[in-house]
Design a protein around this ligand. Structure first.
Ligand code: 4AD
Ligand code: MG
Length: 467
């Protein structure tokens, strides 16, 4: 007797094996012929395995005939070829052991369909549904693909800190980390301004949850060549949208001796690799998303893999938007931040393809991006995709000491506070570049799920941190 997964038990190759499978009942149906059909799922795949439990089993009347949705069981039996055309196999049970019941009066996951809004309120149980099981498997596949892509190309996986004292993106949207008593924090004497005395805090300075591992990633790239980080990232923006989380996972490769073109080529190859791995390794789940969530996801991914991404400067994009004749809610002019409606026009109407926008106005982007010779733009790139919008943000970094210090001053940052970062330009500086990919945005894009809260197990958004 061998313990196997439902995914394995569903394969024709399993026929003839005596197996043990363990999972949760989705449904039970009793036949007039004196036996019951149990649909069993263990999260290993989208489909269930059908178990046939005969009335001759010793616990048939007392247990098996009462099994219902959400009950957990161990089943032992023989895998047989199934006469039904929906499935290759079924299991003729020789033993069914009950582990836990689930009261049908209160267990929320009965057979009927639930809205995603409702399922968010039972985030602890939603992985047991078809959709959330599929999302978990696709998310895993994307994570594996990320590591495989970089590992195969000789990138080192480095770990950057979660707690930091620097604001990488310069947006100030950071969560404070402190052990001071918020009721009565220690204060500087009144004659010194009476402000909170962070010298008495745990790290003896103000600290925050990181908004990006990039700055530390650059220190690694400027010694080790090609690196990537992959970890949780925090943004305290009060954005209640379908694309923003307060806690999300970001992958950030950083490469010494890469310019912006190298960076774009890497990002494009990287996304295509993720998309083709998902189509190949999660075929059953992708068929489900294509059927139930968005009828275009598979075709869209296939088309993207086969074609080149569009590359377009910010300045060209502004001209295209101005010439579009469209009435946008936010009017467009050179120097304005592009809004979701503008990004959608470019990726969905104009190009209908992933689009790499680059060379943005210096005023719109953080201090670390390399200033172009025109003095007005920086070597930034954003990759936009239909529906989701920005999926990647990156740049070539400013490697010139004087220009970097000037940019920091321009943005009100004290170079002394970033001395370690500035040192990279003082000692053996090199051209380098990198980008950040939001894991949840990719999962959203490949699955067609419209709300980012549904592609992370426990979403953190303004007002929500229950589970
Ligand atoms: O464009 P962002 O802010 O870039 C950086 O943080 C750079 N330091 C990255 C780098 O060059 N190493 O964020 C990068 C990506 C975005 O394109 C988006 O996919 C995702 O991170 N992202 C978010 N995802 C979910 N919720 C949020 N609030 C996000 N903010 C950014
Ligand atoms: Mg960005």
């Amino acid at each position: 007797m061998e313990k196997i997964s439902v995914a394995e038990a569903r394969q024709a190759a399993a026929v003839g094996r005596e197996v043990r499978i363990q999972g949760w009942i989705r449904t039970r149906r009793d036949s007039k012929g004196g036996f019951s059909f149990l649909e069993l799922n263990d999260g290993s795949c989208q489909g269930n395995v059908q178990v046939i439990a005969d009335a001759t089993l010793p616990n048939y009347e007392e247990t098996i005939k009462h099994l219902g949705a959400g009950y957990s069981v161990t089943v032992e039996g023989l895998v047989k070829a199934s006469p039904a055309k929906e499935q290759a196999t079924e299991i003729a049970a020789t033993r069914v052991e009950l582990h836990g019941t689930a009261d049908p009066e209160t267990y929320p996951l009965q057979k009927k369909q639930h809205s995603f809004e409702f399922l968010r309120t039972i985030a602890h149980l939603r992985p047991r549904t078809n959709t959330f099981g599929a999302i978990a498997r696709v998310r895993n596949c994307v994570s594996r693909s990320i590591h495989n892509f970089f590992q195969e190309q000789g990138f080192l996986y480095v770990h950057t800190p979660i707690i930091t004292s620097s604001d990488c993106e310069g947006a100030g949207a950071m969560f404070r980390v402190s052990t001071l008593d918020p009721e009565k924090p220690p204060r500087l004497p009144a004659d010194q301004g009476g402000k909170i005395d962070y010298k008495q805090d745990f790290f003896e300075r103000p600290t925050y949850l990181t908004v990006s591992g990039q700055l530390q990633g650059e220190t690694a790239a400027c010694a080790l060549g090609k690196i990537y980080t992959f970890g949780p990232t925090f943004r305290a923006e009060n954005s209640n949208t379908t694309r923003h989380l307060a806690e999300f996972w970001m992958v950030e490769p950083e490469m010494a001796f890469f310019d912006l073109n190298d960076n774009m080529a890497l990002a494009e190859a990287f996304l295509k690799r993720i998309f083709s791995d998902v189509l190949k390794d999660c075929a059953e789940d992708m068929a489900f998303f294509n059927l139930r969530i968005d009828k275009t996801v598979i075709e869209t991914l296939q088309k993207i893999i086969a074609a080149d991404f569009v590359r377009c400067t910010y300045t060209e994009a502004v001209d295209i938007l101005l010439a579009s004749g469209k009435k946008f809610e936010f009017p467009v002019s050179w120097g304005c931040d592009l809004q979701a409606e503008h990004e959608r026009y470019l990726t969905e109407e104009k190009f209908n393809a992933p689009t790499i926008l680059y060379d943005y106005p210096r005023t719109l982007k953080p201090f670390y991006m390399r200033v172009n010779d025109d003095g007005r733009t920086v070597r930034a790139m954003d990759i936009l995709v239909p529906k989701v919008g920005e999926i990647i943000g990156g740049s070539q970094r400013e490697e010139r000491l004087d220009v970097l210090e000037q940019r920091m001053q321009e943005q009100g940052l004290d170079p002394a506070h970033y001395a370690w970062y500035v040192d990279l330009r003082r000692y053996g500086t090199v051209p380098h570049a990198g980008f950040g990919l939001g894991l949840e945005r990719v999962v959203q894009f490949v699955t067609g799920m419209t709300n980012i809260r549904d592609v992370i197990p426990f979403p953190r958004t303004p007002g929500n941190a229950e589970f």
